[in-house]
Design a protein around this ligand. Structure first.
Ligand code: ZN
Length: 237
């Protein structure tokens, strides 16, 4: 992990965030999204699953609707209105051409300058194993960014779009860029709190969104030379 980080470039208009689950964007990236929508940029979200297997006490058929509602409320909090759900199965997302095709089609429909996702590495930087859906979806986002630009790959999935400048991956142990979220940490925390049912069913230190997000923002701030930051690994495809 690089000690100091560079600011994430902000000379773009449209970002598409592609993540596996409701709440994935809210563990760090949402504060940056609030900053960007505040600057007049547009950010769209594509959720690969509905997170239906994420609440132990709730049957997946019920949890899917709850989590979709909580995600939409969370998005509204940070200025995001365009939210789409694919119906890949939570916990069982399969990498491969079907997923890449779905993602490439979404990228071609929206024509974003930037893609956002979360850590796709095996771990979070310590001994904690990353979720299989994060690993699979993150890698598929990187591949689909390239697929989307090639008219000969998935030719029936929309007109090719090769305008993606970079993919920014949140919560990466190899973060090399950061965003000053001093003014947006509060709204980022509020957006995580929108996942009310999900959080109520979690154990451990992540149940207090204020503590978790504030600690990591103030830990990463000095790496960017500011009070509070959220970090990203930038990948160019
Ligand atoms: Zn997740």
């Amino acid at each position: 992990m690089a000690d100091q980080v560079e600011p994430v470039p902000e000379d773009w208009d449209l970002a598409l965030a592609i993540v596996a689950h409701p709440d994935d964007m809210e563990y760090g990236a949402a504060s940056a999204v609030a900053r960007w929508t505040g600057q007049g940029k547009a950010v769209s979200y594509l959720l690969v699953t509905r997170g239906e297997a994420g609440i132990v006490s709730l049957e997946p058929s019920v949890a899917a609707g709850v989590r979709e509602r909580e995600q939409r409320a969370s998005c509204a909090m940070v200025g995001v209105e365009d939210v789409e759900f694919l119906d890949h199965p939570d916990g069982l997302v399969e990498g491969g051409t079907a997923l890449r095709r779905d993602l490439a089609a979404a990228i071609r429909r929206r024509r974003p300058d930037v893609l956002l996702s979360i850590n796709h590495h095996d771990t979070w930087g310590g001994p904690s194993w990353n979720h299989v859906d994060h690993r699979v979806v993150g890698r598929a986002v990187l591949d689909a960014a390239r697929d989307a630009g090639n008219p000969w790959i998935f030719p029936d999935a929309g007109e090719a779009w090769n305008g993606v400048r970079f993919v920014a991956l949140s919560s990466s142990p190899q973060a090399d860029h950061g965003v000053d979220i001093g003014e947006h940490l509060d709204v980022g925390i509020a957006s995580l709190r929108c996942h009310e049912t999900y959080l109520a069913n979690l154990a451990g230190n992540t149940t207090d969104p204020t503590a978790f997000l504030a600690e990591s923002a103030h830990r990463d701030g000095p790496r960017l030379g500011v009070d509070a930051a959220t970090t990203f690994e930038l990948v160019f495809v």
